[in-house]
Design a binder for this molecule. Structure first.
Ligand code: HEM
Length: 341
């Protein structure tokens, strides 16, 4: 799933297909992994500035600088490629094309620099790849642990597409139960559980707490999604039915469900994030029957594929030992193509 989502972002942001370019792909993936590790590391300097020296001693500051430098070089190469006048133009503009046009025009009130553009690309990568992948993985986990919900979702998706091979974006609009599964997963497992930290610009009072200016504020979307006052019926339970007939959505109008955040800094890519998740999840559950390894031995005989209309002639072994049939590869390719990449 991470390969799929980071490939989508690479295509959208700077028109690269890293799955076809082994060395570049692993360079990019290891940079992204390191960035993720930095994001989840505890830096004393963020919370106790006087103890900032500990970050230096433990080597975290050095690792962070190295990561920034490597990403900087990586983005610079891609920017140079885009600015090369001999570069072949593709049919669609990518995000970097748009940003570089704004940079050339300098039509904003402030001066847009290449550093701003690199920072924006970084935001898009960090915000866009793991979040969608984690949501699909959690949805699959909940569905496999709840075979009744899995059956209902599969039946709905399969009925909607009839004889077609793949689910597309229009089909998804007719799938209330499936959409409820995605919302329920995001309620229980928001992929950015504490959102992105905010800093108060001025002194204010919130829920009875006095918050001085320049204070870091974390919003616990994970706890809000399980708050028994907002979610009265067994808030810890996976129950997509709670969203049937309810207008509560993930798009920022309902404060009890904020997996994309809310307000001025809400995720700017809600629609793309949802399309990534819904298209890949719907196709995966439509084409295959899934279950947790070891739950049913005899079904996993042969090549292990339980595709609805499996035409697998050829198999490939993944490094993890799992096998992927041609149908599965086709789904991954189709989900990407449908998003226009
Ligand atoms: C299921 C998918 C996704 C989820 C759950 C998600 C969630 C979030 C959250 C919680 C925030 C912070 C909001 C806040 O603190 O109030 C955020 C910000 C952001 N997201 Fe997403 N996101 C997803 C997909 C994406 C995708 C696909 C992209 C890019 C193509 C993206 C780009 C961004 C960016 C650039 C920001 C920072 C916005 C800012 O600084 O103002 N996200 N996202």
């Amino acid at each position: 799933m991470r390969t799929l989502t980071s490939t989508i972002i690479c295509r959208v942001a700077f028109d690269k297909r890293y799955e076809e370019e082994g060395i570049e792909r692993s360079r990019f993936q290891s940079l992204l992994n390191e960035t993720q590790a930095m994001f989840t590391s505890f830096f004393f300097s963020d919370h106790f500035p006087v103890l900032g020296f500990i970050d230096k001693v433990t080597g975290l500051t050095g690792r962070l600088d190295k990561n920034f430098k490597e990403f900087d070089a990586f983005y610079q190469e891609i920017i140079d490629e885009h600015l090369d006048p001999t570069r072949e133009k593709t049919e669609h503009e990518d995000i970097l094309d748009v940003l570089l046009q704004i940079w050339k025009d300098q039509s904003f009130k402030f001066q847009l620099t290449l550093d701003h553009i690199k920072a924006l690309l970084m935001n898009i990568f960090v915000g866009g790849s793991d979040t969608s992948a984690a949501t699909v993985i959690w949805s699959m986990t909940y569905l496999m642990k709840n075979p009744v919900a899995m059956g209902k979702a599969q039946k709905e998706v399969r009925l909607a597409i009839g004889n077609k091979d793949f689910v597309n974006e229009q089909d998804i609009q007719q799938l209330p139960y499936f959409k409820a599964v995605v919302k329920e997963t995001m309620r229980l497992q928001p992929p950015v559980p504490l959102l992105v930290p905010k800093e108060s610009t001025q002194k204010c009072s919130l829920g009875g707490y006095e918050i001085p200016a320049k204070t870091a504020v974390h919003i616990n979307a994970w706890a809000i999604g399980r708050d028994p006052e907002a979610w009265r019926e067994n808030p810890e339970e996976f129950k997509p039915e709670r969203f049937i007939g309810s207008s509560i959505d993930v798009k920022g109008a309902d404060f009890e469900l904020i997996p994309f955040g809310d307000g001025r800094r809400i995720c700017p890519a809600i629609h793309m994030g949802l399309a990534n998740v819904e298209l890949s999840l719907a196709n995966l559950i439509c084409a295959f029957d899934w279950e947790i390894a070891g739950w049913s031995e005899e079904r996993r005989s042969g090549h292990g594929c339980t595709a609805r209309s499996c035409d697998a002639q050829e198999e490939c072994s993944m490094p993890s030992g799992y096998k992927v049939c041609t149908k599965m590869k086709e789904i991954v390719r189709h989900s990407g193509e449908h998003l226009g990449i």
